[in-house]
Write a protein that binds this ligand. Structure first.
Ligand code: HEC
Length: 214
């Protein structure tokens, strides 16, 4: 017991000494408080607009490298497309969506679009686009837009592109971080083909394939 009190007394004395010298954080002193490790508020760093001898031009903040393009958060993909119809889905310099897909629509793009659609959109919008995906069946997403509806058909291609990237309030989030720009256009092309297929007539089906339809 004696030792215990001696140890306790020693500890308290030590704590008092440290406390007395170092002080509390936030206490006002005439001199800066003692810092055993550097406090984060004081650290070596370059402040903007302050001269600095490290660089030949003497500036702390360097000018942008030639060709630097402002990046919109969430829009990954080909940087050289910034601000164009391909990148935004909008007419350059305007606020209206482009009517048609501004990249060449090829068989390869369609195939890519089908693959990407089936990964990113099918769980909610279903394989045909009618909105009866698995998330609706299990009740995770009670209302999913039917992409074969007039609403989804009449909107311009640029708006479908925009919805893929930025989502549609309140219930669909944007996929800009997951689906790069080229793939968004590929999906737009595939969604258009789903809509086209839904309203196709029997005459439009190649004769050889008609028999396989049920
Ligand atoms: C997590 C489920 C979910 C996923 C995944 C999803 N969507 Fe949606 N989508 C919705 C819901 C819900 C709506 C209805 C939004 C609202 O009005 O609240 C919607 C709306 C839309 C609309 C607007 C339809 C209209 O009538 O205006 C389009 C177009 C669309 N989605 C396309 C896509 C595409 C393409 C993908 C794949 C990249 C996708 N969605 C992925 C749930 C989803």
């Amino acid at each position: 017991m004696r030792y215990f009190f001696a140890a306790l007394f020693g500890f308290l004395l030590l704590a008092l000494t440290v406390f007395g010298i170092a002080g509390r954080r936030g206490t006002d002193f005439r001199k800066p408080p003692l810092e055993i490790f550097d406090d984060m508020v004081r650290q070596a760093k370059l402040r903007p607009q302050v001269p600095n001898s490290f660089f030949a031009d003497g500036r702390s903040s360097q000018a942008f490298v030639a060709g630097t393009v402002a990046q919109r958060i969430g829009d990954h993909g080909n940087d050289t497309w910034q601000g164009t119809a391909e990148n935004t889905g909008m007419e350059p310099g305007k606020t209206n969506f482009v009517a048609t897909i501004p990249v060449p629509v090829t068989a390869a793009l369609m195939a890519r679009g089908r693959e990407r659609y089936n990964i990113s959109c099918l769980p909610c919008h279903s394989a045909t686009g009618d909105g009866n995906g698995i998330t609706k069946k299990i009740g995770a997403m009670p209302v999913v837009a039917n992409l074969l509806d007039k609403n989804a058909i009449i909107i311009p291609d640029g708006q479908v592109f925009h919805i893929i990237g930025q989502g549609k309030a309140p219930n669909m989030q944007g996929y800009a971080a997951n689906i790069e720009i080229n793939d968004r256009w590929a999906i737009v092309a595939y969604v258009r083909s789903l809509q086209r297929a839904r309203f196709a007539t029997l005459e439009e089906v190649p004769a050889a394939d008609r028999a396989t339809l049920k």
